[in-house]
Design a protein around this ligand. Structure first.
Ligand code: NDP
Ligand code: 8X3
Length: 257
């Protein structure tokens, strides 16, 4: 198993859910955490927890990954020890709405495309060249079962996650002549703020998504990410699909109530 001690790990969208769980899991392994999200107050709290509980370093900054200029400036002006990112977890992402294409809100579509596809690309475009230069690095993209299946009302969100799947495969091809590795971790239902965001703050509707079954937790996904990045250098976990036991496919779940 490859040690994560003192590795610099950059997690995007670390203020909640899977990203937050990844940050804590890497900190537990002794990694140094570089975090971003839009909600700086949350990152501040998380950074305190990381430093207090795991006695490891944490640097965070506010960033909207949809803003290409801000992404470039934030990453190019990092204090020098933080520039050498060993592991990038491209996690920032969201869904908005669950409606038929002909009822869809353009603002929802743009937010998903700009965050899930373009944001991931903006971050990767700055981080990967540095990794290639150093001939060292691992990129973990957080995809989804929605990158492999399409479900009613999922249209544009599913398209963005299909794009993440294609981008991951493209990265794997483009980096094959380097020691860099690229993985995608593709979960089914994970109990985070995801559904609350999808339904624009409707707590009742969001709660219904996970009713009558045990969903995955952010920690379950974080453990999978840790697994991907701790394999020996000659082993690349290209894709990990993880579902709750009670969910067989995007639209097939067993509920007890
Ligand atoms: P959460 O809503 O709990 O977390 C999403 C994170 O993304 C937050 O930290 C949020 O931070 C950040 N984020 C969103 N938009 C931006 C932005 N423009 N710039 C920077 N950060 C942003 O949901 P999850 O933890 O579930 O989602 C994480 C990833 O997992 C997403 O890519 C999602 O598609 C994927 N996923 C989720 C599944 C689920 O069932 N929950 C299943 C499969 C995949 P902030 O708002 O502070 O900016
Ligand atoms: C999140 C899982 O099934 O709601 O990507 O699309 S799903």
């Amino acid at each position: 198993m490859t040690s994560l001690k003192d590795k610099i790990v950059f997690v995007t969208g670390a203020s909640s859910g899977i990203g937050q769980a990844c940050a804590l899991a890497f900190a537990r392994e002794g990694a140094k955490l570089l975090l971003c999200a839009r909600r700086k107050d949350r990152l501040n709290k998380l950074a305190d927890e990381i430093r207090d509980t795991y006695r490891t370093e944490c640097h965070f900054f506010q960033l909207d990954v949809r803003n290409q200029k801000d992404v470039e400036t934030a990453l190019n002006t990092l204090p020098s020890p933080w520039k050498d990112i060993d592991i990038l977890v491209n996690n920032a992402g969201l869904s908005r709405g669950l409606t038929k294409v002909h009822d869809g809100l353009l603002t929802d579509w743009e937010e998903m495309i700009d965050t899930n596809i373009k944001g991931l690309l903006y971050i990767s475009r700055v981080v990967i060249p540095e990794m290639v230069e150093r001939q060292s690095g691992h990129i973990v993209n957080i995809g989804s079962i929605a990158g492999h299946e399409v479900y009613p009302g999922g249209n544009v969100y599913c398209a963005t996650k299909h794009a993440v799947d294609a981008i991951t495969k493209g990265m794997q091809i483009d980096l094959v002549d380097t020691p860099l590795r690229v993985s995608t971790v593709d979960p089914g239902m994970v109990d985070t703020e995801f559904s609350l965001v999808r339904f624009h703050g409707d707590t009742e509707r969001a709660g219904g998504v996970y009713k009558g079954l045990t969903p995955l937790s952010g920690d379950d996904i974080a453990e999978a990410v840790i697994f991907c990045v701790t394999r020996p250098p000659h082993v690349s976990i290209n894709q990990l699909r993880i579902m709750p036991t009670a969910q067989a496919a995007a639209t097939v779940a067993h509920r007890t109530e």
